[in-house]
Design a protein around this ligand. Structure first.
Ligand code: FES
Length: 379
């Protein structure tokens, strides 16, 4: 009899404990924990029936679905055509399916693992009814040893040990889904972002990079991707801003290139014409003293915080605002951040005016990466 007036089972000696098998230890553990097993029905009292085999196959099928869809996700993530294709071009249909395919395959694999586990629990784990009296305090060595035996006992009673089809299917399903989760960090190593580091598609460059020394002009977006309208100084009033995109004469009749130039994520640039009285207060960044053309300054539209478009230029204060997390940049001081979470200035595009045509062009690409930070970025 214990201090609280309840009967305690007699404790075995060490020698007796060493000789007890797993079932006896499990039973003892339950008694010591004050657990009374009211019901412990075997879900399949007659072994090897067709119903049991059918249930086993159903569980295995779900894990197999998880494995296949996890594998399909891996393949799609790595090799599905993901590069932008315009709606009227061949390959658009496959490109447009990229995100849905990723979502469907990964979602299905996770759901299938969940359904497989639920079905197994429902069909094969005995639905026991047990009553336990709770107690305070930590567990003794004896309790720890017996609980391990109890868990092992439950594992055996769930018959998982002899269900090799389910074990293999579950191993494959959970394993492949786990593998699919590792694809996110690993894929960056498979698709080397620096493979074309020197091309205009490399992470250090934008569509403003001039190939073969050809001039890249500033173009406005009229809403028609095939309509080319270049920008000259007289087009902007003092204190105004216009979003511009790159244009090369060699692409004049290339509908795909014309439309791509308006869509590429790191292409948009804000061309700002400061008011003359404000332009006198400008503080330029070291090494970028000649990036402007008179009162005209061109900054990337891609926020240095998380890459949203910094679409708002406030003429009175000369602040550039990013609506995503309210970062603000000072257009009079090389677009350095003055409020909000952004910590880097907006990259400035060096511009000039073509002597022959009078249109703006970019003297070079940005001299630093645009947008948010990435591993190799130092500034
Ligand atoms: S993306 Fe611009 S403030 Fe966050």
């Amino acid at each position: 009899m214990s201090a609280d007036g309840k009967d305690k089972p007699e404790l075995p000696t060490e020698a007796e404990l060493a000789e007890m098998d797993r079932d006896e230890l499990a039973t003892l553990g339950m008694k010591l924990d004050g657990v009374e097993l009211v019901e412990y029905p075997d879900p399949w009292p007659v072994k090897g029936t067709r119903a049991e085999k059918r249930a086993e196959r159903a569980v295995a099928l779900w894990f197999a679905i998880a494995a296949l869809s996890g594998l399909a996700f891996l393949v799609a993530f790595l090799w599905w055509p993901w590069k932008y294709v315009a709606p009227n071009e061949s390959g658009y249909f496959a490109y447009s399916l990229y995100t849905p395919v990723l979502g469907f395959t990964l979602g299905l694999s996770i759901v299938a693992v969940g359904v497989g586990v639920m079905m197994y629990t429902k069909k094969f784990v005995p639905h026991e009814v047990a009553v336990q009296e709770r107690h305070d305090g930590g567990s003794s060595e004896l309790d720890k040893k017996t609980i391990v035996a109890q868990l092992s006992h439950s594992g055996t009673n769930s018959t998982i040990a002899r269900r090799s089809m389910i074990k293999r299917a579950a191993g494959a399903g959970v394993g492949v889904v786990g593998l699919a989760a590792t694809v996110f960090p690993i894929a960056g190593l498979v698709r080397n972002p620096h493979a074309k580091a020197d091309g205009k598609d490399g992470v250090w460059h934008t569509g403003w990079k001039s190939e073969n020394g050809e001039r890249v002009f500033l173009r406005r977006n009229t809403g028609n991707p095939h309509d080319v309208v270049l920008v000259k100084p007289g087009d902007l009033d003092a204190g105004s801003m216009e979003t511009v995109f790159p244009f090369r004469k060699s692409e004049e009749h290339d509908q795909h290139a014309l439309s791509q130039a308006l869509k590429r994520g790191d292409n948009p640039v804000m061309l700002i014409r400061l008011r003359t009285e404000d332009a006198r207060k400008v503080v330029k960044h070291e090494g970028q003293e000649d990036f402007n053309y008179g009162d005209f300054y061109a900054y990337t539209k891609i926020c240095s915080h998380l890459g949203c478009p910094t679409s708002l230029y406030e003429q009175r204060t000369n602040r550039i605002l990013c609506p995503c997390h309210q970062s603000q940049f000072d257009a009079l001081e090389y677009a350095k951040p003055i409020f909000g979470p952004a910590t880097r200035k907006l990259a400035q595009l060096p511009i000039a005016v073509d002597e022959e045509t009078g249109y703006f062009y970019a003297r070079s690409d940005f001299i630093e990466a645009v947008g948010p930070a990435f591993w190799e970025r130092k500034s």
